[in-house]
Write a new protein. Structure first.
Length: 844
């Protein structure tokens, strides 16, 4: 081993002065041979055979000279034939040894490429997420494929082009000096002419090779992104195929031009070396013939010198050519080592232990965090920038603290960019905190094995990733030992069993790149099935339903219910309707916890959470005609004397914009000539009755609402119920966001609830009063409207009053079929619930 390195370094130092721009150094060579250590037995065998090959190669010219001398001296025919046979045997032996040498060289080279590729892949797997968010995928793949192959080629050339030729060069030089030192020195006089091309061309070829590698990496990135299903769709939608083709053509032409320049430089170099070799051969024949004519040298010696000269200059040419090739190929080694030299940010302690058994408590204790600087996690060449930013990122989390007890759900809400997803990424230790601690069952995650932490946690993100593999393989990522029965079980629990069973290939159906052959909801449910198969003790949901339509979201929510059951959960959501049942809700703003509590507590506080809630579920203030009222108004007894243009706001015990279900009201009775009431418990069955009895509002906690009067119609909040009311001469129409469509009839009352999928039906009659406003189940009841002998009650902002329904502008999205103020009755047969296209439906 040391002989090869010493010989190559000696020749390298003779041919090339130290330069800062050279693509490799002795340290690089040491690293290369360090990778070759597992193949040292083959290396020893290869070196031994190289010596044998060199001896055989030098023996042939010497024997050829002996044949000429034998002929000139008139030796016996048998002697000459014997020499010829020996030369033939040597040739056969040389070929056989060369074959074994080639096998050894290939074995070492291919073994090296396997080890190097595996090392790069394993190292990249250890890099932080920030590395992948900054790195161009095509550039990284190029390092793993093209550059690793180039590195292997460099090593193979180093073996075959350096070791064998150095041994042959030394032996040939020794034999030539023994025959005629004068001719040998004359032949060596042209050696500097060999050195100059190698010195001038090597660096230039290395620069060209590096430039070509960079352009190939950029082309690889473009192809990777544009040939994916989302990328190809984007290109087509914006009519960019021609532009993309033009950009690709510019890069491809540049690579072609570099290839042409490289080929010409190599040809000029090799031709120059060949020409120098021919001139040296002419000198040997001329001076050798001169000495032979003066009887100072045998004719056979002249022939041997000429043949040995090829053994001298051929290795020199091969070494010079190998140097050019190795200099170019070692650029690949340098690029591979750049990746291997990147330091992983997450380092496991030698004494790390597993997460303690049992249900898991999650604790954030005064966590501060900032994302690492680009120079710590990536390379400029992988990002296609001139220089990486060495400054660290600004702190994005400032003293975040909370605890999720075993089995509890903690919800994180807040505006985009507040730091919610950062918290989710810190929990499985995708990054390490700057200060503070994250604990699982009281143990800092930095003291736990990374594998046990990530086995304990399961995460579903808003863009659940699937590989371009079968459904089975995508599921088995979570638990490779799972049986088919277990796979079908999690598919059933994630509401995908029927879909997968209907596919021709079933579990073996390939989902396409990133699961592109599945709908968004199906992809999400498959990622949930994968999570269920992993059986994590802690579930992290990061906007798991953010981009889904109402139908897909409902199915995903059902599947999530299975995933969360009995597990500690950290849930990130923008749709506040999905986290109302959380044990604790944290409001994150600018990397800080600004509010915490349960849904009712945060609504009562009228802070940031209440503001977000009203923004999502309440109508704008322009839809209301009167000023704000207090949040704890309670609708008092109503009767004919109380009816007027403005009614009282109904809200539960100090809740602003809350639903009746949150306020604790589940039954109410209204009496009078006409009244309307909506109750909010989703599971109640609401019935309407008739009678002149006068009554007021019943207390909270009751399970059913009753209306009394000449006629009443009431709708309750279960999404699948169809509620019908009695017939009467008066008819009330209901419209507004969140209400599917309702028609209420009765002499004096119309009532509607707010679940988007309800079908509310009413009898027919002349239209009298209309109800408008956002869904009562979502926004709560805050306003009572009365007009004439009939009234409609609308859920709105609890702190606002409203004018009579006759004076109120009709909501923009009032359903077709609902009675308009002053208008006629809805068409006969109208009554099935409809939901406007594009309307967001919050799951329950």
């Amino acid at each position: 081993m040391s002989m090869e390195v010493t010989a190559w370094n000696a020749l390298y130092n003779a041919m090339h002065a130290q330069q800062d721009t050279r693509p490799f150094s002795r340290a690089t060579l040491r690293r290369i041979f360090a990778f070759a250590q597992p193949h040292r037995r083959y290396l020893v065998a290869f070196t031994a055979l190289s010596i044998v090959t060199a001896v055989l190669a030098v023996a042939t010219p010497v024997l050829a000279g002996r044949v000429v001398d034998a002929i000139m001296e008139g030796s016996s025919q048998g002697y000459v034939i014997g020499l010829a046979v020996v030369i033939a045997v040597i040739a056969v032996a040389e070929a056989g040894v060369g074959l074994v040498q080639r096998w050894l060289s290939a074995s070492i080279g291919e073994g090296l490429i396997l080890d190097l590729r595996q090392a790069v892949f394993d190292h990249v797997q250890k890099m932080p997420v920030a590395f992948f968010t900054r790195t161009r995928t095509g550039a990284l793949v190029s390092r793993l494929n093209n550059d690793v192959i180039g590195a292997q080629r460099a090593f193979s050339d180093l073996l075959s082009g350096v070791v064998s030729n150095v041994v042959m060069l030394v032996l040939a030089l020794v034999v030539m000096l023994g025959i005629s030192w004068q001719i040998t020195l004359l032949a060596l006089a042209l050696l500097p002419v060999f050195v100059l091309p190698a010195r001038r061309m090597g660096g230039k070829l290395a620069r060209l090779e590096r430039e070509a590698a960079n352009h190939n990496a950029v082309m690889g990135t473009q192809m990777t992104e544009r040939f994916s299903a989302p990328g190809a769709t984007l290109v087509k939608l914006f009519s960019r195929p021609e532009r993309e083709s033009a950009e690709f053509s510019v890069r491809a032409r540049r690579v072609r031009d570099i290839g042409l320049r490289t080929a010409m430089v190599q040809w000029i170099f090799v031709t120059a070396l060949t020409l120098v070799g021919a001139l040296a051969l002419a000198l040997v024949y001329g001076l050798g013939g001169f000495y032979a004519l003066r009887d100072q040298l045998d004719a056979g010696a002249v022939v041997s010198m000429a043949l040995l000269l090829t053994r001298l200059y051929a290795p020199l040419t091969a070494l010079a050519s190998a140097r050019v090739e190795v200099m170019s190929a070692l650029v690949s080694f340098a690029r591979v080592f750049e990746v291997l030299d990147l330091k992983p940010l997450i380092v496991e302690k030698p004494d790390a232990r597993s997460v303690p058994a049992g249900p898991v408590a999650v604790e954030f204790d005064d966590v501060h965090f900032s994302y690492p600087a680009a120079s710590d996690v990536s390379l400029a060449s992988l990002e296609e920038v001139a220089m990486l930013d060495t400054r660290g990122g600004d702190e994005v989390l400032h003293g975040v603290s909370f605890t999720a007890a075993p089995g509890e759900m903690v919800a994180l809400v807040g505006s985009s960019g507040a730091g919610k997803s950062t918290i989710a990424q810190l929990l499985p230790r995708l990054y390490d905190v700057d200060s503070g601690a994250i604990r699982l069952n009281g143990v800092d995650v930095r003291d736990l094995t990374t594998a046990s932490v990530r086995e304990t946690l399961g995460m579903v993100t808003q863009d659940g990733h699937l590989f371009h593999e079968s459904i089975r393989e995508n599921l088995l990522i979570a638990r490779p030992s799972a049986s088919d029965d277990e796979l079908w079980d999690v598919l059933r629990r994630s509401r995908l069993e029927a879909l997968v069973a209907s596919l021709p290939d079933g579990l073996d159906t390939v989902v396409g790149e990133r699961g592109y052959r599945l709908s968004g909801g199906e992809r999400q449910r498959l990622t949930i099935a994968r999570l269920l198969l992993a059986r994590p003790r802690v579930v992290i949901l990061d906007e798991a339903t953010a981009h889904l339509d109402s139908t897909s979201e409902a199915a995903v929510q059902e599947a999530l219910g299975e995933a969360l059951e009995g597990r500690t959960a950290v849930v990130i959501a923008h749709r506040l309707s999905t986290v109302r049942s959380a044990d604790q809700i944290l409001v994150i703003e600018a990397g800080r916890v600004v509010e915490r509590g349960t849904h009712p507590e945060l609504l009562s506080a009228s802070g940031r959470y209440a503001q977000l809630y009203r923004t999502q579920f309440d109508q704008p203030a322009a839809d209301h005609a009167a000023a704000d009222a207090t949040a704890d108004n309670v609708l008092a007894g109503a009767g004919p004397a109380d009816a007027g243009p403005a009614g009282a706001g109904l809200a539960g015990a100090g809740l602003a914009g809350a639903e009746l279900a949150d306020a604790g009201l589940a039954e109410a009775e209204l009496a009078g000539d006409g009244a309307g009431l909506a109750e909010a418990e989703p599971t109640d069955a609401v019935r309407a009755g008739a009678g002149p009895a006068d009554a007021g509002l019943a207390g909270p906690g009751l399970a059913e609402a009753e209306l009394a009067g000449d006629g009443a119609g009431l709708a309750e909040a279960e999404p699948t119920d169809a509620v019908r009311a009695g017939a009467g001469p008066a008819d009330a129409g209901l419209a507004g966001p969140g209400l599917a469509e309702a028609e209420l009839a009765g002499d004096g009352a119309g009532l509607a609830e707010a679940e988007p999928t309800d079908a509310v039906r009413a009898g027919a009659g002349p239209a009298h009063a209309g109800l408008a406003g956002p869904g009562l189940a979502e926004a709560g009841l805050a306003e009572a409207e009365r007009a004439g002998a009939g009234a409609g009650l609308a859920g709105a902002e609890p702190a606002r009053d409203s004018g009579s329904s006759a004076d109120r502008p009709v909501a923009d999205d009032r359903r077709a079929g609902a009675a308009q103020p002053g208008g006629g009755a809805p068409p006969a047969g109208t009554g099935e619930a409809q939901t406007d296209a594009g309307e967001e439906v919050a799951p329950r």
